[in-house]
Ligand binder design. Structure first.
Ligand code: XLS
Ligand code: NI
Ligand code: NI
Length: 439
């Protein structure tokens, strides 16, 4: 086992059960425990987000870094990248997770030129490959950072400058290559600065067409190189742009179908992006799932009192339960997983805080899984739903569903039948039932 950067942890974090008082043990997440026909690890497919966990140093717009990362000490950028990657794999092993996710620029520094950046990436990919082989940790998804470099200030695929579009395309090509080389199971497109700040300087229609052209090129390239990962789009309504084009699950699905891209993409739903859009996490998951397009999840949490992407670790059992209900009902996430796109607070200043954050998030989802599984096993919600829509199983309902009747036939039916009585939706009862399962 790698053992250099987290000396406080001398053995992998273990499951000790709910009565354990050990803060460095799982109380619910028990990797190999079967829940239904899969183990917890197979259900949850937990991934660590490279950017927050190993690049975050607590810096914000009001103050300097608070978190001293021993793995970021070297002044040589490539050495720093190597040490960061080594620290990351030590962390994955000690935490006992199977997956991680990265942006190209997380694992390799940008060089003086684009060509040099590509070389740096290729080099770091080889080290990542070696570490993956040694530890068995896999890549859930890769992505490209198309938002930090100043050339992307006005968008990447939706930039008003063709040369910037070209640069973004080249960068994504290399990021897909890197993901393929590392056996990545998915590739994510999050529209970093694909959006606008002011309509006065924006040709919105053109920019949306550009985004579609860009994604079509990606699909073509994927086919060409035989990349087998799933393409995912991660909606977000705002930040860094005032309006992002892929703002919610529904707008993204509309965009994909309008531009003939629906067959090639699924969605990566992030909890904090859902709430930023004024939706619940479970709303976004349900919209994606209902379209057969829920591919993966960025598992985090926002703060309803703050209007930005705070990316906190998930701890809310209602939220994890509702999320797992959606995921279990669609039979899992397939190639996707739960990526903790989350960071510890600026005031959590020690490497060990990274363990507390992840342990808490994994336990919260393990509990959500166990609770949701029991709710579904008991068929309480399913039988309620069956009952609520029961009239569609009867003659009238069946003729509506089969398209055998229109407004005139329905008018005739209504004229000849008694006024329907309203059936209770029983929301309070259902909420009470959910509470009785959250123990
Ligand atoms: C930012 C996004 C980002 C994506 C990956 O808000 O969540 O972290 O997940 O580019
Ligand atoms: Ni995200
Ligand atoms: Ni986010």
């Amino acid at each position: 086992m790698l053992n250099k950067y987290f000396p406080e942890i001398q053995k992998p974090v273990e499951y000790e059960g709910k009565d354990s008082k050990n803060p460095l043990a799982f109380k619910y997440y028990n990797k190999n425990q079967k829940v239904g026909n899969k183990t917890m690890a197979e259900h949850l497919r937990i991934a660590v987000a490279f950017w927050h966990t190993f690049m975050g140093d607590g810096q914000d717009m009001f103050g300097a870094p608070t978190f001293v990362c021993p793995w970021r000490a070297s002044s040589n950028p490539m050495k720093r990248a190597e040490e960061t990657l080594e620290a990351a794999f030590e962390f994955f092993q000690k935490l006992g997770v199977d997956y991680y996710c990265f942006h190209d620029r997380d694992i390799a520094p940008e060089g003086e030129t684009f060509a040099e950046s590509c070389k740096n990436l290729e080099k770091m990919v080889q080290l990542a490959k070696k570490l993956q082989n040694e530890t068995g940790v896999k890549l859930l998804w890769g992505t490209a950072n198309l938002f930090s470099n100043p050339i992307y200030a006005q968008g990447a695929a939706t930039s008003p400058d063709a040369r910037v579009f070209a640069t973004a395309a080249a960068q994504v090509k290399h990021a897909i290559d890197a993901t393929q080389e590392l056996g990545g199971e998915n590739y994510v497109f999050w529209g970093g600065r694909e959006g606008y700040e002011n309509l006065l300087n924006t040709n919105l229609q053109f920019e949306q067409e550009q985004l579609a052209r860009f994604l079509h090129m990606a699909v073509e390239y994927k086919k060409k190189i035989g990349f087998e990962g799933q393409f995912l789009i991660e909606p977000k309504p705002a930040e860094p742009m005032k309006h992002q084009y892929d703002s919610t699950a529904a707008t993204t699905l509309y965009f994909l179908s309008r531009y003939g891209l629906l067959d090639h993409f699924k969605l990566n739903i992030e909890a904090n992006h859902a709430t930023l859009a004024g939706n619940t996490f479970e709303h976004e998951l349900t919209v994606a799932s209902a379209a057969g397009k829920l591919g993966s999840v960025d598992a985090n949490r926002g703060d309803l009192l703050l209007g930005w992407d705070t990316d906190q670790f998930p701890t809310d059992l209602y939220s994890t339960t509702f999320a797992m209900l959606v995921i279990l009902r669609q039979n899992g996430l397939g190639k996707g997983g739960l990526n903790f796109d989350a960071k510890v607070r600026r005031t959590s200043t020690d490497p060990i805080d990274l363990f507390y954050g992840h342990i808490g998030g994994m336990d919260a989802f393990a509990r959500g899984l166990l609770i949701a599984h029991r709710i579904l096993e008991d068929k309480i919600l399913d039988s309620f739903l069956e009952e609520r829509y029961a009239t569609f199983k009867e003659e009238l309902g069946q003729s509506i569903i089969a398209g055998k009747v229109g407004f005139e036939e329905l008018d005739a039916w209504v004229q000849n039948n008694p006024t329907p009585t309203v059936k209770s939706g029983r929301i309070e009862l259902l909420e009470n039932i959910i509470n009785s399962y959250i123990v």
